[in-house]
Design a protein around this ligand. Structure first.
Ligand SMILES: [Fe+2]
Length: 280
């Protein structure tokens, strides 16, 4: 049930997704902020007024205490102070349970790639990301969760694994981790690493949320498409993640070819069943 807010010709999309965070499957609204909209964030107050009239954001504010909400987006380099102000204001309005972002880059020379591109896993990149995460957390007054992305290329300059890189960022920047189990699987297939080694390298106390999603298996490689049910191998990896990290909130991502809501809720029930099987 995507809801949309319009900012000029661009759209701020509110995605509906099922979750297993409460006793019964419930809906979580995620505000996904896409790169072309960064400049629009300064218009958030006007958007809120517009959305109040349309009745879109009102339920979020009215139920801020009971709904678990997440602001999930992309933060770019160089840091945009207006963006940070907009995010701080947004977070103040909806009091999200999480503010998260991807561990990736997506802009160069003022142009956006519209994709989640992996970083080289080097000491230089590590120091850069750690300082940025610290600045963002200071600006927002909140801890950030950083999410691992799916990737299709690797850099010859990398000197450590992705999981070592992510674990060190979390420790050195004092941020949390949003562990996308499907992304671990997709990257493991594409780069031929052991997904369980990835899980074993992530510090247990840093993981604040799981993502689960479907993907497209092309045989020679796997594409992170979020347009299908979670596959058996990812459910299996989710079991491993539960055994290591314990009861962590999980979110089903289904962004394309979205079926009837009941089908998405069914997938979230399955996640809860798997959690119960593993953790009792
Ligand atoms: Fe994800």
């Amino acid at each position: 049930m995507p809801l949309s807010l319009y900012a000029g010709k661009k759209t701020l999309r509110l995605d509906g997704a099922a979750d297993v965070l409460f006793g019964e499957p419930a809906l979580v609204l995620r505000l996904h902020v896409h790169p072309p909209l960064y400049r629009k964030l300064e218009r958030l107050p006007a958007l809120f007024q517009q959305s109040d009239r349309l009745g879109v954001l009102h339920p979020l504010e009215a139920r801020a205490d009971e709904l678990l909400q997440a602001i999930h987006g992309l933060l770019v380099d160089p840091l945009d102070e207006r963006l940070l102000r907009g995010l701080r204001e947004l977070a103040g309005r909806v009091e999200p349970a999480y503010v998260s972002d991807h561990l990736c880059w997506g802009r160069h020379g003022g142009r956006y790639a519209h994709d989640l591109l992996p970083l080289p896993y080097t000491e230089e990149a590590l120091a850069h990301v750690v300082s940025r995460v610290r600045r963002v957390q200071d600006a927002l007054g909140r801890q950030l969760l950083l999410e691992n992305v799916s990737s299709y290329l690797a850099y010859t300059s990398s000197t450590m694994t992705e999981w070592e890189f992510l674990a060190r960022i979390a420790e050195e920047a004092d941020c949390g981790i949003l562990l996308d189990v499907n992304n671990v699987y997709v990257s493991a297939r594409n780069h031929a690493f052991d997904p369980d080694a990835y899980l074993a390298g992530i510090p247990v106390d840093r993981v604040g949320q799981f993502h689960l999603a479907g993907h497209s298996d092309q045989g020679t490689h796997v594409l992170d498409t979020h347009d299908a049910p979670v596959v058996a191998a990812v459910w299996e990896l989710y079991r491993s993640a539960l055994r290591r990290f314990g009861r962590v909130p999980a979110l089903i991502e289904w962004d394309d070819h979205i079926p009837e809501l009941e089908r998405v809720v069914e997938e979230s029930r399955r996640a809860r069943e798997v959690e119960t099987e593993v953790l009792g």
